[in-house]
Design a binder for this molecule. Sequence first.
Ligand SMILES: *Cc1c(COP(=O)(O)O)cnc(C)c1O
Length: 379
Amino acid sequence: MSNYELPDVYAGLGVRRVINASGKMTALGGSAVSEEVAFAIAAAARSHVSVEELATRAGAIIAGYAGAEAACLTSGAAAGIVQMTAACIAGVDQVKVERLPDVEGDRRHVLLQTGHAVSFGAPVTQMIRMGGGRPVTIGWANAVSKAQLEGSLDARTAAFLYVQSHHAVQEGMLPLATCMGICHSRDIPVLVDAAAEEEIGAYVAMGADLVAYSGGKAFGGPTSGFVVGKRELIRACRAQERGVARPMKVGKEQIVGLLTALAAHARRDHARELARNQQIVDYLIGSLSGLPDTTVAVAWDEAGRAIPRAVLTFRTAQPGAAATALLAHLRNGDPPIYLRGHAAGLGSVAIDPRPLDEADVPIVVERITAFFREGKVSV
Ligand SMILES: *Cc1c(COP(=O)(O)O)cnc(C)c1O
C-alpha cells in the first residue's frame, strides 16, 4: 500500500482515544475505517478531479451494487432525506430547486407514521422541512391503521417516508410492503430512511422509489451517504446539488472512501464477522456474570439485524439510576468507554461487539468490574 505511516492525529491534538462499545455512533465518529479505506481517502485528497465525473461514475457503481436504476452520493443519510424530499417536491425544475425550502402550491406533504417521527440526533421531520416538505404524521405513536394512511393521501401528498431503524417504534406500525401497496396505488412515491441498514438492494427490490443510506454506519465508510432508486427521481436528487444540497456537499475524498468501503463490504465474510462478534459477547457474558445484583445475557438487535450484544441488567431497587451511574463512570474514565445506553432508564446497558477492538475487550470488563468493586452501585 504505502510506506507512509499514518500519524496519531488525535494524540497530537491532545484529544483522548475513546473505546466504542456502543455502535456506529455519529457522535463517536461513525466508523473507524479500514487501512485500505484510509489510504484510498488520502490518495483521493492528493489530486484534482472533475467531481461531477467522479460522482456520476460513483453513482453508476453504487446503483450496480444495489440492483437499482440509479444512485447518487450524499453527505449522509440525513442529507439523503432532505434530497429525497426536495426531489419529490421540486423535481429538476431549476427555479423550484433554487426556491426551496419555500414551495409554491400545496403539494408538499410528506407522510410518515407517528412511531417513525424520531430523532436520530436531529429530528427526521426537520430533514423533511429542509427539503421543502411539510411532515404529516399519521396514526398514533403505538398504532397506525391502513385506513389512517389511506385517509391521509390527497392532492397535497408529495411522498411517503418509511423509517427503517431501531430508533423507530417497532410494534403497531404498518409494514413497508403495506405502505408501499397503498401509496403506489395512488402514485405516491415511497422513500425509505435505511441509514444504518446494510441490505443495499433490499428496499429497491421491494419496490421503494428512493432509499437513503449512511456510508459511515453499516458499510464502514467515511462520513458520507448515498441514495439509490428510480432513475428520474435520482436525477431530481442530484438537481438539488444546485440548491438545498449545496451545504451538504460531498467531496472527492468521501466519494472515493465510500466506494472503497462498499467494494470491501461486497467481499465481507458475514458468517465470520458474526462468529467474531458472538465470541466477544460470550467472553463478556462469562466475565461479567456474577457481578452483584445484576444479570447478563445476550440480546439480538431490536431492529432485526444479525447483531448480538451483551446486556447487563441491574436488579437493584432503582435500576435506572444504577445503569446511568455505570454509563457515567465509564464515560468519565480514561480512556472514556461508551456503552449502548438506549435502555439505561430501564436499568440495562448493552455492549456492542462490532466497533470494539479485541484488545479493548478486557479493558471494558475491568472497568465495569471496578465500578462494582469500588462500591459505586449503591443505588
Ligand atoms: C444515523 C441516522 C440518520 C442520519 O444519518 P447520517 O448519515 O449521520 O446523516 C438518519 N436516520 C436514521 C434512522 C439514522 O439512524
